[in-house]
Design a protein around this ligand. Structure first.
Ligand SMILES: Nc1nc2c(ncn2[C@@H]2O[C@H](COP(=O)(O)OP(=O)(O)OP(=O)(O)O)[C@@H](O)[C@H]2O)c(=O)[nH]1
Ligand SMILES: [Mg+2]
Length: 317
């Protein structure tokens, strides 16, 4: 009988997995960072920034939500693009709630069928987040909600601003309502499933995308080759792979200025996130046409690298 109270308390706790799916640039990664309260996913103004699914874990007294950030939905025209769309499909497996996100500030977002198609295929509870409402004139909001309501039977439609934070608490509450009762999946202080060394690779890629233009951001893949704790600092060495010599030249810049700038910005941000002094060494390599090479696309994927690291450790034992 003594357990009655605690088990009753437990019964109130909800937990589950929620995939965030939408077009590139809708603000999915911005939302995950905002809800988790720390940067775990990179954000840029250019579409197709996220390439892998990344878990962001939010633990509240009422429950735990494991968000899965995903690459933006698009018609893939490369091996990399198809792999990104497979990441979205994999993210949808076994989730409790689908969180569809659209950029509400765009022209006629309700006329875009690709995100709605995902919702139709999913068949489970789907919440719609209308993002970037900070950029939407108020009179436009209600007609937009109405149009989406007619297009699909959402469990809820919520206007949010992932950037400014508006509506985000309400969104969390609504998601928690839709989750089943259950135990947390992760310790309450865990924020992501992504190892630090891959966050480091992503931060470097973000800084490069921010200063690059044309095709260079899309042709870039960053691999951390060394990640060593020394008594004084964390030593990171990373290779930035691009597809062509011309892209390598742009990335290095005049007298190496561009590379230096990317390195400095990445190091500073990583020092803030990881709370350690960091040495960051950056190298640029050409991996010709890697986005069209299935083997290369696999090798440059952090999950694949993680398997490699695990077997390296096994070999040493
Ligand atoms: N004004 C405004 N901008 C936003 C909001 N949310 C995100 N953004 C901006 O939209 C751009 C894209 O944001 P991301 O979070 O990278 O978008 P994403 O959906 O993850 O994009 P992909 O990874 O390419 O699929 C960035 O410039 C963000 O700052 C918002 O609520 N309001
Ligand atoms: Mg993203």
């Amino acid at each position: 009988m003594a357990t009655k109270e605690s088990s009753a308390g437990k019964r109130d706790f909800r937990s589950g997995f929620v995939a965030i799916v939408g077009r590139p640039n809708a603000g999915k990664s911005t939302l995950v960072n905002r809800l988790v309260g720390q940067k775990i996913a990179i954000v840029t103004s250019k579409p197709q920034t996220t390439r892998n699914r990344i878990q962001g874990i939010v633990t509240k007294p009422q429950g735990q939500i494991v968000f899965i950030d995903t690459p933006g939905l698009h018609e893939a025209d490369s091996v990399l693009g198809r792999q990104m769309m497979q990441e979205v499909a994999a993210a949808l497996e076994g989730i409790d709630v689908l969180l569809l996100m659209v950029d509400a500030s765009r022209m006629r977002p309700h006329a875009d069928d690709l995100p709605l198609e995902k919702a139709r295929q999913f068949r489970g509870k789907t919440i719609l987040a209308l993002n970037k409402v900070d950029r939407l004139p108020k009179p436009k909001l209600l007609p937009l909600i109405d149009a989406f309501r007619k297009a699909f039977e959402f469990a809820a439609i919520l206007p949010v601003s992932a950037l400014k934070g508006g509506g985000c608490e309400e969104l969390l509450e609504e998601i928690l309502k839709q989750l089943p009762e259950g135990e947390p999946y992760f310790p309450e202080d865990q924020l992501t499933d992504q190892p630090e060394r891959f966050l480091a690779a992503e931060i470097i890629r973000e800084k490069a995308i921010q200063v690059m233009y044309h095709e260079v951001p899309y042709a870039l893949a960053v691999m951390v080759e060394k990640y060593e704790e020394t008594p004084k600092l964390l030593r990171i060495e990373a290779v930035m792979n691009v597809e062509r010599d011309s892209q390598k030249k742009i990335l290095i810049g005049h007298k190496g200025e561009m590379l230096k700038r990317i390195g400095t910005e990445a190091r500073k941000e990583l020092e803030t996130i990881l709370g350690r002094k960091i040495y960051l060494g950056l190298f640029v390599k050409v991996a010709p046409g890697w986005r069209e090479n299935p083997q290369k696309v696999r090798e440059l994927d952090w999950r694949y690298q993680l398997e490699g690291l695990a077997s390296e450790l096994d070999d040493k034992e």
